[in-house]
Write a protein that binds this ligand. Structure first.
Ligand code: PMP
Length: 359
């Protein structure tokens, strides 16, 4: 059995230790004679799994008591729509910062329902985020939404925007990469398939006082309050993904040593890869230094005609999924929590070798 280095943007690499534990528990979960996949979500065994996952997540992110944690389905894309349903019950206009493709999709969903005001945006080229002073909320702003890390562009906020209204953040591709001050946010949400666990689970962290703001026509399955009141079990939850997320949280706590330790490793991984790109005339990344994503590193080769050879040779060397998003081309290396430093070392040495032979 060989596990290659996987740089996929999502569904992304999972820690090998987590997969091994899941394998060991697959057929017979802790002597109960059945798999977690086959359990009632209302059984004592599953409720214990669900509660432990929430407890560990709360500890990792130091989530204050006045926040509710929801384990939902539908992906971050469903949150683009759920958010306005849940936050516009008292009127007002959704406000957004536009920094890339995912933010644009979030804005489009708000516009379906209520219209949206773009309070600030990146300059053309999307190589830097707007600064706090650039943010101009509409007078009737209901909330301010931004994308902490634009997964496709590799563009990340280096600060938490402040506003007189609740700040809402799509943290799909950066949550759990470093410590976070949750108290600065009204709502945080993330699709799981990058730093949390497998696809199919979506995490929402919402300040309890915002649970009273849903539009009356909000469908039940969209309603944060209903989900919170039912412990995210209003209907059948994505139970196996929830269990695996719990194993990832345990791995972060016990094997990695928490989010400060994780952040140090992530900083080192990103510094190595950007260092290699910047030291070369053959590879380049256009993002302003302070806004470069530590999680997703897009780069292009000096000659596009070499893209196919780069990808084929990388794959042969056990370096998987380096192709850039179809909308932008080039390459992208995603360096999520579960991508080990050894993967970055292997990538950097492959890149140097490729440049020497083909550059
Ligand atoms: N937001 C961001 C920042 C993302 O990276 C993605 C997925 N790549 C999404 C939203 C959409 O997530 P999902 O596929 O879970 O709907």
């Amino acid at each position: 059995m060989t596990r290659h280095f996987n740089f996929c943007a999502g569904p992304a690499a999972l820690p090998t230790a987590v997969l091994e534990r899941a394998r060991d528990e697959l057929l017979d979960y802790q002597g109960r004679g059945l798999s977690v996949m086959e359990m009632s979500h209302r059984s004592d065994a599953f409720v214990a799994i669900a509660e432990a996952a929430e407890r560990d997540l709360r500890e990792l992110l130091a989530i204050p008591d006045n926040y509710r944690v929801l384990f939902l389905q539908g992906g971050a894309s469903m949150q683009f729509a759920m958010l306005p349903y849940n936050l516009l019950g008292q009127g007002g206009t959704p406000n957004y910062l536009y920094t890339g493709i995912w933010g644009k999709k979030a804005i489009a969903e708000a516009r379906h329902l209520a219209g949206a005001h773009v309070a600030a945006e990146s300059a053309p080229g999307l190589t830097a985020v707007p600064r706090q002073a650039d943010i101009a909320l509409s007078e009737d702003a209901a909330y301010l939404h931004y994308t902490a890390n634009e997964t496709i562009g590799g563009l990340a906020f280096d600060y938490i925007p402040e506003a007189s209204v609740p700040v809402v953040c799509d943290m799909s591709s950066s949550i759990l990469a470093e410590p976070l001050d949750v108290s600065k946010f009204g709502v945080i949400y993330a699709g799981a398939q990058k730093n949390i666990g497998p696809a199919g689970l979506t995490l929402v962290i919402v300040r309890a006082d915002l649970l009273d703001r849903a539009l009356p026509q909000t469908p039940s399955m969209f309603n944060y309050r209903l989900m919170a009141e039912n412990g995210s079990m209003y209907n059948t939850p994505p139970s196996y993904a929830w269990y695996l997320a719990g194993l990832v949280f345990q791995w972060l706590k016990q094997d990695v040593g928490g989010l400060e330790a994780m952040a140090e490793i992530n900083a080192r991984k990103a510094a190595k890869l950007y260092g290699a790109i910047d030291a070369s005339d053959f590879y380049s990344n256009p993002i302003t230094a302070g806004n470069r994503s530590r999680m997703n590193v897009p780069f292009v080769l000096a000659d596009d005609a070499l893209n196919g050879a780069f990808l084929a040779e990388a794959e042969a060397a056990g370096l998987l999924n380096l192709k850039g998003h179809r909308s932008v081309g080039g390459m992208r290396a995603s360096l999520y929590n579960a991508v080990p430093e050894a993967a970055v070392d292997a990538l950097v040495s492959f890149m140097a070798d490729f440049e020497q032979r083909r550059g």
